[in-house]
Design a protein around this ligand. Sequence first.
Ligand SMILES: Cc1ncc(COP(=O)(O)O)c(C=O)c1O
Length: 408
Amino acid sequence: MKPMGTIPADFAGTPLTIAGRSAADWVATAGDTPLFVYDMAAVEARIARFRAAFAGIDLHYAIKANPFAPLLAAMAPLVDGFDIASGGELAMALAADKPARTISFAGPGKRDDELAAAIEAGVTINLESAGEATRALGIGDRLGVTPRLAIRVNPEIELRGSGMRMGGRASPFGIDADRAATVARDVIAAGADWRGLHIFAGSQALDARAIIETQAATMALAGRLAEEIGVMPPLVNLGGGFGIPYFPGEVPLDIAVIGEALSETRANRSAALRDTRFAIELGRWLVGEAGVYLTRVVDRKESRGETFLVVDGGLHHQLAATGNLGTVVKRNYPVSVATAAAEAPTETLSVVGPLCTPLDRLADRVTLPVAQVGDLVAVFMAGAYGVSASPTAFLGHPMPLEILARHS
Ligand SMILES: Cc1ncc(COP(=O)(O)O)c(C=O)c1O
């Protein structure tokens, strides 16, 4: 038997309820499985916790984590900005009625048509290179629109212990810190609407001390750059990287401690940042724990002494849970038999999906209550990087259903 991660407190009861209704009820409402259910109250609770810990700091949502349209529409009035990474996400953010001036667009390889759409809409471009700066200015000229431009900085800092480090090395992301001030001065001199700095050092960190150190180093870097640039940045996006506990032994972040440290760091900032606003940009921390992926048991089989529950969902919808997105060793996300009564776990088995690859394993030798064909198996921690980060076209299975759950 292998351990699995801890089921989020929002869903800890047995049998499983989501926003006050059973899993079977949500499946009946949506019409079928596989189904992602996102509990809006759980998202709102995370936003409230952020607000309590980070007074005076803006909260941005990185919509790549979950761009489900009803979720974006519900989050739009609750957060200060949306961060987008493509022309497709631009359309999604605008469709959610997020005002363009609150949207920022980062990511390497922005095509001219994406830059034009963003500049025309009035979205801030986080410039990833000197070449992109030149193209953005040219496109602004051609359109007769002053582009809103910020510099994404490739910092010397890396976020220690993070699942994905994005600083401290040669990188396609951002302009190297030692060249960032020059590019900033050039775009300001060219007449751009100067929006400030974006410094993102990593993601999925569960070590509060590492985040505190990174934020302090990021603030110091922003101060040095602002002094060099000589024009105060209206906004400094300090990055994010708040992780969530997917796996056994992982402990949730204490964000109150991070908030206290940041408020001290901010109080001691460079005078060159005196009137600057600051933002933290989060994806998975806001939505990851709020999502449950519901699949139905299609088959039970024994093979060489092991039991397999074969379900109708898998890596084509929830790649990360199978250990194939950003992890090297397969560890188990929390799972449960959503239709089981309050019974103690009694059998050890693996939960596998319908794809003809051994990679399609949602849970490896976990102990669960006995489930039969027709029962529902829930995979937790499914609110971020599920549909939007999985190979949904692989093997021609249908797209999953998605639903935003609210307490009635
Ligand atoms: C620039 C940027 N912002 C935000 C995020 C979101 O990270 P997370 O979902 O871990 O908060 C990422 C992740 O790739 C990113 O690259």
